[in-house]
Design a protein around this ligand. Structure first.
Ligand SMILES: Cc1cc2nc3c(=O)[nH]c(=O)nc-3n(C[C@H](O)[C@H](O)[C@H](O)COP(=O)(O)OP(=O)(O)OC[C@H]3O[C@@H](n4cnc5c(N)ncnc54)[C@H](O)[C@@H]3O)c2cc1C
Length: 518
């Protein structure tokens, strides 16, 4: 078989330019890595799938330099509400009036095709990124030095050689299959009908018993845990509204997608609203996790590595966390000469995190999809009892810390997402101190932060931040003099500045002492 002259080499080849591949390319390209993206389709997927992201994704958009593009199309909302079989509230994860430790609101709703188009437009502005559309991955080969990717484009066979490859080629991932990587099935499969519409005016909700006075139903994702028809309603950006209806055991997918059946399902939620259905499709909600996330120089990420029932809107968010994790490590290897073995921490850090959140979504899915009225009534009683003892739950509480990997285990808050206070001039912390490794310390007359070279780390005194003392308080609450923050905004560790740097040198820079202090 002969190959065309189209042979290119790069640091990272990304297969699939869905949202996860596009974020990966933006993050890597921004750090100057040479990236080639191979995407089978010429235009992005036209149907909305994901509708929700959380604050951490907004922060990653900051890191990727795309926040100004995506922000105008993000609708800030107020959280999640679960209604029991009797029409009363059983679980409220509302954020109205709650503090915003990460700078952004906890929940945003958006229209996925719009987001994907912004992410691609940003790629086109970056000379380090070569986006090849209409190009289909066919096979790969790898050795100790590189991975060679074969693909077809315009009926020609082409190849690209890369130091690493990231497979973000979706749930059916041809790359994952070609590597023989199996999926661990977490035993969840439920059929749902997903309906997207443009709707003028507010939706029509019945009176819900026990609804908090601050809850605005037009700004909440509402889960009707009704055994006669579990249903989700999501307020999208502008006039976009999403309904998800569970299919009952005797219902047929094709029948349920018919326009008249869809109109019947929407009827109780609409008064005299003008509306236009954008699409109605059925999905099987799964919980699946790849058994291996790295095969040599190939890393599997996004839906290719895991799929979750969308009950807390975290599927794509997992993928963004995956590629943020890979991007800073690959950039450290290419730009700072860090040993490539740090990439073996990818699966270690990400798999348990993903399994934790998918576990919460499956648990929610099991009670939401309950079709037995008696069991549903017991469920409601249990939830109300729990709610009486629980205060101020938000969906952010479902996201665990990183529990092992490149963190200073045993120090307070190691592996947590670090806060991002808004500063007195309106900027966010990251825009003020920058990206990459950051050390923030309480002032100590015995230690000069200036003695820490700034090539690999930004060292800042907590008292130099115009943050109304937020970081100082965060440190004091943990009895720590300093915090070292990773480029993906997770806390490496807390303690004394010099100890943190020594530990980071040992674990990440492996004795190269890139973070030298005198
Ligand atoms: C109904 C529903 C609701 C959801 N709600 C949410 C939500 O609210 N929040 C959330 O975070 N997530 C949600 N998700 C999940 C989210 O949509 C997915 O996690 C996300 O779209 C996956 O992105 P990805 O880039 O990994 O894969 P994809 O978007 O599937 O992209 C894969 C890309 O790879 C390309 N490709 C495939 N094969 C090849 C090949 N051989 N060569 C080259 N390219 C190839 C494809 O063309 C595609 O562009 C929801 C999903 C569904 C179905």
């Amino acid at each position: 078989m002969t190959y065309s002259q189209q042979e290119i080499s790069c640091d990272v080849a990304i297969i699939g330019c869905g949202p996860v591949g596009a974020v990966a390319a933006n993050l890597l390209g921004r750090q100057g890595l040479k990236v080639v993206v191979i995407e089978k389709q010429v235009t992005h997927y036209p149907q909305p799938r994901a509708v929700h992201i959380d604050h951490e994704m907004m922060r990653l958009f900051q890191s990727a330099g795309v926040i100004q593009r995506v922000k105008p199309d993000m609708a800030e909302t107020d959280g999640h509400l679960h209604i029991g079989a009797d029409g009363g509230v059983i679980r409220y994860m509302g954020t109205v009036g709650a503090p915003r430790p990460f700078g952004w609101a906890n929940d945003y709703f958006f229209y996925q095709p719009e987001l994907e188009s912004h992410l691609r437009a940003a790629l086109l502005q970056n000379d380090a990124v070569n986006l090849i559309l209409g190009a289909e991955f066919t096979s790969l080969a790898q050795d100790d030095n590189e991975v060679t990717i074969h693909y077809t484009a315009k009926n020609e066979k082409c190849q690209v050689r890369a130091r690493w490859m990231i497979a973000t080629d979706g749930a059916h991932s041809p790359v994952r299959k070609s590597l023989g990587v199996e999926l661990d099935d977490l035993n969840f499969e439920e059929p749902w009908l997903v309906v997207d519409a443009e709707v003028e005016g507010p939706l029509n909700f019945p009176e819900f018993n026990g609804l908090s006075g601050s809850a605005d139903l037009q700004r909440l994702s509402v889960m009707m845990c009704d055994p006669s028809r579990p249903t989700t309603l999501v307020p999208g950006r502008r006039n976009h509204r999403r309904w998800e209806f569970m299919l009952l055991p005797d219902e047929d997918d094709i029948e349920m997608m018919r326009e008249d059946n869809v109109a019947e399902l929407l009827k109780p939620w609409l008064k005299d609203n003008n509306y236009q259905i954008l699409r109605a499709s059925t999905y099987r909600f799964h919980a699946l996790v790849a058994k291996q996330w790295q095969v040599g120089r190939v890393f599997i990420a996004g839906d290719a590595a895991h799929q979750t029932p969308p009950f807390f809107g975290q599927g794509m968010c997992h993928g963004f966390r995956d590629v943020a994790n890979l991007a800073w490590k690959m950039a450290a290897i290419v730009n700072e000469g860090v040993d490539a073995s740090i990439l073996t921490t990818y699966q270690l850090e990400r798999e348990s995190h993903v399994r934790g959140v998918i576990g919460a979504a499956v648990e929610a899915g099991r009670y939401i999809c309950e079709l037995d009225p008696k069991v549903a009534a017991q469920r409601d009683a249990t939830f109300r009892d729990q709610a009486a003892h629980r205060r101020g739950e938000t969906a952010a509480d479902l996201i665990p810390p990183i529990r092992e990997g490149l963190i200073l285990d045993g120090t307070p808050s190691a592996g947590d997402r670090f806060i991002q206070p808004q500063l007195s001039d309106g900027r966010m912390l990251d825009d003020f101190i920058g990206q990459g490794w950051r050390l923030i310390a309480l002032p100590d007359p015995a230690v000069s932060l200036n003695s820490i070279p700034t090539s690999s780390i930004t060292a800042v005194s907590a008292d130099d931040l115009p943050d109304k003392g937020a970081v100082r308080k965060w440190l004091e609450d943990r009895g720590a003099e300093a915090v070292l923050i990773r480029p993906d905004h997770y806390v490496f560790g807390t303690g004394k500045a010099f100890d943190l740097i020594a530990a980071c040198n040992a674990q990440v820079f492996q004795g190269r002492e890139a973070l030298k202090c005198h």
